[in-house]
Each structure stands twice: as C-alpha cells, then as structure tokens.
Design a protein around this ligand. Structure first.
Ligand code: ADP
Ligand code: MG
Length: 288
C-alpha cells in the first residue's frame, strides 16, 4: 500500500504550483545529490533583446536585420522572437521557401531564392562560412547569404532574480553539486555560471550531448544518490526523460516535455526546486 504521507506531500507540493507525478518521485527528491540546470528559459528569462547589429562589408545593418528576421520567421525559439521584434515590421511569408531549424545551431532558409543561414559559430563552421570572431557580451547570431557572411547580431538575455536564490537554497539543503548545461557559447555559459555560483558549466552542447553529460554524471554519482534535471522544455525533452528526476518548468513547455517530466513546475521560478525538496524531506519524516 502507498503510505498516506505521500498524498500529503503531493498535495502540499501542488499547492505551491509543483506537480509531482507519484510518490516514488517524492521519495527520489529526498535523495537528490546533483541538480542540473538548462540555461536559457530556466536560469535566464529566455526573453532576449537585440543589443548590437554589426553588418559585414557590403551589407547594410537594416538588410542584415531583415534577412535574420525572415530566416527566423517560423522559429519559436526565444532568439527568433527577439530578432523579429527588433526588425519590427510585418513579414511576408511568401518570400521564404525551404526552411529548416537545426537544433543547437540555428536556421537554414531560402529567402527570395537565396540561401540564408542564421545561427551560432557552430552553424557557420558546419557550413564553411568564414566569419569574424569577436568577444561579444551576449549570444551571437551570425547571418550568411549565399555562402557569404553578412554580419552578426548580439542579443542579451537576463538572469532571473530567482535563480540566485535557487542556487543558494540548494546549497543550504546540502545538495552536493550544481551543474549547468547549455547549447549557448562557452563565454555566455561561464559568465552566467560564475555569477550564480554554479559548480560546473558545460556549454555548446547539442540536445544529445546534454544526454551524454547526464549519463556521465550518472556514472559518477554516489550510491543511492539521484540526479535531478530541470529545463524549460525547449530542446531538452530527451534530457528530461534520461535524468533520475526530470523537472519541466514554466508551465508553457511543450506537451512532449510535460509528458516526459516527472515533476512539473507551473511557475518560472527555479527556487521551486528548493520548495519541492523541502516538502519531500518533511513528507519522509511523516511517512517513516
Ligand atoms: P540552451 O541550451 O541555452 O537552452 P538551445 O539548445 O535552445 O539553448 O540553443 C543553443 C544555441 O543554438 C543557441 O544559443 C543559439 O546559438 C543556437 N540557436 C538555436 N536556435 C536558434 C535560432 N532559432 N536562431 C538562431 N540561433 C539558434
Ligand atoms: Mg533551453
């Protein structure tokens, strides 16, 4: 039989906007030793704003922004939203032909019959585009047209106020290690990690690399220790499924992410993990 205390714990969690999909996960929350975070949309707001537009020789700033906005027309990534917003004008979908979103890289699209790329340095390298490297304070989206680099757009995301509290709270609970996994550039990932006091940062990861990192952590974990992963559900469904406990955050995540998750946090506050672990610990005292 299921101990009654678990129902109490699940009920207490749901009152805090935390849905725990079963008593076994409440028990697992008690044993969490390592907490792994996704960056974009989880620790940061995921609402990017364009801060710089640098056109390459032979391209106009406005032309660069327009090209990027069209490339991002069909993408639901927070990066795409910010670029379309910065362009600010209505987009004519008929100008876009073939379109492909390459996970962890960016976009390949056909605009007025020309081949357009919009994405990170990894995408440029994969496509053999020569581009200028720069030390930008933010996430960089490079744009190329017909094999030629057209320039770069810098966008900045903000760390959520609640994220600092989450990391401090986990440390206070005696969580052994905090880790951040991101598809974003190393410079951006490390800066966010440093500011939040996260123990380990792994950047420039594709969704499948995030799964590999979880597997490495899993092999290195201590006896009976559980690994918790929390993400916003964009590009991280495989990781949610692979971690001992997968937590989807924001309530706005995809249905697939909510389905794959063991714990769903209805708000966008990472500190809800501290609340969830606290409730799990109190529930254990009642059950045993
Ligand atoms: P995170 O792991 O931080 O949540 P994602 O896996 O969603 O990030 O994306 C990783 C990286 O891939 C982004 O930082 C960006 O460089 C690039 N990228 C992904 N989607 C897009 C897009 N629609 N447009 C441009 N770049 C993109
Ligand atoms: Mg993400």
């Amino acid at each position: 039989s299921i101990p009654l205390g678990f129902f109490g714990g699940i009920g207490a969690a749901s009152k805090q906007g935390i849905l725990v999909k079963g008593g076994n996960y409440l028990e697992a929350l008690n044993q969490v030793g390592v907490v792994v975070f996704d960056k974009t949309g989880t620790l940061t707001r995921g609402s990017f704003q364009v801060t710089e537009v640098h056109a390459a020789d032979g391209f106009e700033r406005q032309e660069l922004l327009e090209t990027a906005a069209y490339a991002e027309l069909h993408s639901g990534h927070p990066i795409a939203d910010s670029i379309r917003e910065a362009f600010g004008r209505r987009l004519d979908g008929a100008r876009i032909g073939d379109y492909e979103e390459v996970s962890g890289h960016g976009i390949r699209a056909e605009l007025d019959g020309r081949a357009v790329l919009a994405g990170n340095a990894k995408l440029m390298r994969a496509e053999g585009i020569a581009f200028a490297e720069a030390a930008d304070a933010g996430t960089v989206v490079h744009v190329a047209v017909d094999g030629r680099w057209a320039g770069r757009i810098v966008i900045a995301d903000e760390i959520k106020e609640d994220s600092g509290e989450a990391i401090r709270g986990l440390k206070n609970l005696g969580i052994r290690k905090t880790v951040m996994l991101t598809g974003d550039a190393k410079s951006v990932g490390e800066e966010v990690g440093r500011r939040l006091g996260i123990d380990e940062v792994h950047a420039e990861l594709l969704p499948e690399n995030k799964v590999e990192e979880i597997e490495k952590l899993d092999r290195a974990k201590r006896p009976k220790e559980k690994i918790l992963f929390v993400g916003d559900g964009i590009n991280d469904t495989p990781v949610l499924a692979r971690a001992d406990i997968g937590a989807a955050m924001g309530g706005l995540g995809s249905d697939a992410a909510i389905e794959a998750a063991d714990v769903v946090i209805m708000t966008d506050e990472p500190s809800k993990l501290v609340t969830a672990i606290g409730i799990a610990r109190r529930t254990r005292r009642i059950v045993w």
